[in-house]
Design a protein around this ligand. Structure first.
Ligand code: MG
Length: 380
């Protein structure tokens, strides 16, 4: 595969934090991808909530299937633009490793528990997983990933956290949040592929769950246009196949839109290499029209799915599980494994321990420690 001049070239990587010898048959970014796939945190994603709690149905997206869909969309967009597909895949598969159980409800609750102890932020936690928390190598903590993969994983970061990263690793992955520069094109692409993926699969899961109806979706111009296109091509189509065909057309259109709009932005900015990309404005983008239609879909999903009373009820319960777990470990640290209980920074150790839990493990631990069952999350 030929990389464009502005792509991230694995042979010109800024390298790893711990010196490592190259291998003959894989590039540095392929090695990163492989390390991520073999990590413990990656396997846990299968039992972590995306929107619907893991136990609510076997066919809803989990963090794992979501991450695989982001990688697929990212690779499809990367190739025609001449970007590094392997780096896109590595970032996409790792982008949600730091997510708590119970989706955003879990992260919000943990952030509140950690308010006086530096807070909790899932992008920073994803970096913490690959830099520190994975225990797989004899010589160092973490997975020792290359700079470019770590840069892509740290999608957002507060100024205070960026400064703390910069103090520990001058010129490292925290710097761009202080200098207000951009990450690589591959990292920018993963952000957009994430948005394309969740907008599409949340429509599917929303309808599957019965919380959204096809009639409601008629209010959403982006979806409705492709539903009509699917019907024009297949007038007798209905039900689930019509839904899938409309989503398929919508996904294809968004992929092609990003490729065309980004190619045009690259032609006008003409970055000479990956570092010129970092100094330029954001270049991976939708066209203005698609950006607006995608925003309208996001607002629809927020109002009608993420804030649906049934989802809100479950997320309320999930927040309580996380808060009460945190309090229980504060009161009885010995209930955690000794590696966590013995750490000097106890609140951070508790946050790391809870963040690593799957939905059902958190539910079981909560039931064990409090004697109450809030969520029926695989509590046997
Ligand atoms: Mg995501």
């Amino acid at each position: 595969m030929t990389l464009a001049s502005y792509a991230s070239d694995p042979q010109r990587s800024r390298g790893r934090r711990h010196a490592d010898t190259p291998t003959p048959h894989r590039t540095e970014f392929q090695r990163d991808r492989d390390r991520i796939v073999h990590s413990t945190a990656f396997r846990r994603l299968v039992y972590k909530t995306q929107v619907f709690l893991n136990h609510e149905g076997d066919l809803f997206r989990t963090r794992l299937t979501h991450s695989i869909e982001v990688a697929q969309l990212g690779r499809s967009i990367a190739r025609p633009l001449g970007l590094c597909e392997d780096l896109v895949e590595a970032i996409a598969l790792a982008h949600d490793l730091g997510h708590t159980p119970f989706g955003h409800a879990g992260q919000d609750a943990l952030n509140e528990c950690m308010a006086d102890h530096g807070g909790f932020e899932h992008n920073l936690q994803s970096l913490r997983v690959v830099d520190q928390l994975e225990e797989r190598y004899p010589q160092f903590d973490g997975l020792n990933l290359s700079f470019e993969t770590r840069e892509g994983i740290l999608k957002h970061c507060s100024r205070a956290n960026a400064q703390a990263l910069e103090d520990r690793e001058p010129g490292g992955v925290g710097q761009r949040f202080l200098a207000r520069t951009q990450p690589s094109l591959e990292a920018q692409l993963c952000n957009l592929a994430d948005e394309i993926a969740y907008n599409a699969h949340d429509i599917d899961d929303g309808v599957r769950s019965g919380l959204l109806t096809l009639e409601q979706l008629e209010q959403v111009p982006l979806f409705e246009g492709y539903r009509r296109a699917a019907l024009a091509a297949h007038p007798t189509l209905g039900g689930r196949r019509l839904l899938y065909e409309a989503i398929r057309l919508m996904l294809s259109a968004q992929v092609h839109d990003v490729i065309d709009a980004t190619a045009a932005a690259l032609r006008s900015a003409m970055p000479t290499d990956a570092d010129a990309v970092r100094r330029a404005p954001p270049l991976v983008q939708f066209s203005a029209d698609m950006r607006e239609r995608s925003n309208t879909l996001k607002q629809f999903l927020l109002r009608n799915l993420y804030r649906h009373p049934q989802v809100m009820y479950m997320t309320g319960q999930a927040r309580q599980v996380v808060r009460e777990l945190f309090d229980a470990y504060q009161a009885q640290p010995a209930e955690m494994p000794s590696a966590y209980a013995q750490q000097a920074d106890r609140p951070r150790a508790i946050a790391d321990y809870i963040a690593g839990m799957t939905d059902r493990y958190a539910g079981r631990e909560h039931a064990r420690l409090t004697g109450t069952r809030l969520l029926d999350v695989g509590v046997a």
